[in-house]
Design a protein around this ligand. Structure first.
Ligand SMILES: Nc1ncnc2c1ncn2[C@@H]1O[C@H](COP(=O)(O)OP(=O)(O)O)[C@@H](O)[C@H]1O
Ligand SMILES: [Mg+2]
Length: 261
């Protein structure tokens, strides 16, 4: 049987000029530690932006500001035009249904099969009850990430790469308009890292998502990025395509591209 196409007809056509995430001069300190000094970033619809930066530069803090888990001290973050800091709990909940995360761990429920892990957001968050419809979505999303065969396995029976795929599938089943990937390939071997990077690209095309991808993995950046920004010392210091930045005259910028893994 052919997998059914995901119904995205309720999704607006891709307007690449539309800004879906607008980070405008945000700053954030913890105590006396100034983590974000002046961050500006616009994510456009359908675009993959990769954020590069050394460890502890505030990349994860920036992502938490986008979903309202942290509030910047100054500046604004707008998602789909609305200021996240001004949202009430209901609005924040609504916002988070449109944003998918993929954190480092993948975070599957260990006591549930892969199928049950996929069903969970559909029944708990989307309140879906039609089992046939649920089965169809689960099978389709697992097929999309190459895990059709693992549907009845427990997470403990999966390899690291398969767990990551399953975590991605569980996020994608909610059909988020925006995806936030925080170090999606960290801890994976090079071959699996490449597979996950290719999957991120494939999912962007298939689901028409707009994504921010935080990574140290230059191959991941090369595969997934429409645009790369480099973060250092609380600011974004450079922006361009992968190739543009790789050819930069600046030693610090080039240093990201000369890493040996
Ligand atoms: N909730 C928090 N409370 C206090 N300090 C934090 C909090 N979140 C992050 N930090 C600090 O902010 C800095 C940047 O963290 P993070 O965004 O995780 O860096 P990275 O760029 O590696 O993702 C770190 O020094 C971290 O200890
Ligand atoms: Mg981080």
């Amino acid at each position: 049987m052919e997998p059914a196409e995901i119904n995205i007809s309720n999704r607006k056509p891709v307007d690449k000029s539309e800004v879906v995430v607008d980070i405008d001069h945000i700053a954030k300190s913890f105590g006396s530690k100034e983590v974000l000094k002046d961050i500006n970033l616009q994510l456009k619809r359908g675009e993959n932006v990769v954020v590069l930066g050394k460890s502890g530069q505030g990349k994860s803090v920036t992502i938490q500001c986008i979903v309202g888990l942290l509030t910047p001290d100054s500046g604004t973050v707008k998602v789909f035009g609305d200021d996240v800091a001004q949202m009430n709990d209901t609005e924040l909940k609504e916002l988070r249904t449109k944003i998918g995360f993929l954190f480092q761990s993948g975070a599957l429920y260990d006591s549930m099969t892969v199928r049950e892990n996929m069903e969970f957001p559909l029944t708990r968050i989307k309140k879906m009850t039609d089992q046939q419809e649920i089965d169809q979505l689960v099978e389709e999303v697992l097929d999309g990430v190459g895990l059709a065969e693992a549907i009845d396995k427990m997470p403990s029976d999966l390899s690291g790469g398969m767990r990551k795929r399953a975590g991605l599938a569980r996020t994608l089943i909610m059909k988020p308009e925006i995806m936030l990937y925080d170090e999606p390939t960290t801890g994976l071997d090079p071959i699996t890292s490449r597979e996950i990077s290719e999957l991120i690209l494939h999912m962007q095309k298939k689901y028409k998502t707009s994504s921010i991808i935080i990574t140290h993995d230059m191959e991941c950046a090369k595969i997934t990025a429409d645009r790369v920004v480099i973060m250092d010392n609380g600011k974004y210091i450079a922006e361009g395509t992968y190739d543009e930045l790789q050819q930069s005259d600046d030693d610090f910028i080039r240093s990201f591209f000369n890493q040996t893994k």
